[in-house]
Write a protein that binds this ligand. Structure first.
Ligand SMILES: [Zn+2]
Length: 153
């Protein structure tokens, strides 16, 4: 599934300004790698990203992709989605949101933050711990993989 052009433009604009804020050089390589990830809602793996980037930069290595992904994660330009099989899945959607994960095909879908009742902690946190954010993943089966979890309406 491709993003619409407007969403992609907004993400790339945010990428440009965040790189400037964090003093990250905007190289052609970084631009291409990020655009590939920002242009999909599939939550791609580094390997899938590599395959796409290679079409534009044939000389690029998988190690370079990993290195840039780490830079993007450290700079908060990218999020990593935890998956049951520990595969690294990347998310360039920086708006607060949660995920539906298909346990069969591995598909990851975004769901808006307001589709989940806010989570409250019932017990005190370890001293000094301050929560900045949280995210929720619902594990189930997508419509193509069923018999799955059907959201009740
Ligand atoms: Zn997502």
């Amino acid at each position: 599934m491709m993003m619409n052009q407007q969403t992609l433009d907004l993400r790339m604009k945010a990428f440009r300004s965040r790189c400037a804020e964090r003093g990250l050089a905007m190289t052609h390589q970084r631009w291409v790698i990020y655009r590939i990830m920002a242009g999909t809602a599939q939550h791609p793996t580094p390997e899938e990203t590599f395959a796409q980037v290679r079409k534009e930069i044939p000389s690029i290595s998988l190690a370079t992709i990993y290195k840039n992904i780490k830079t993007f994660l450290d700079a908060g330009l990218l999020r990593e989605v935890s998956t049951p099989d520990q595969t690294m899945r990347l998310d360039a959607n920086l708006e607060s949101h949660h995920h539906l994960i298909c346990a069969s095909c591995g598909k990851i879908l975004d769901i808006p933050e307001d589709s989940v009742v806010p989570v409250h902690l019932k017990k005190p946190l370890p001293k000094g711990f301050r929560v900045e954010s949280y995210n929720v993943s619902f594990l189930g089966f997508c419509g193509q993989c069923g018999p799955g979890v059907q959201a009740s309406t």
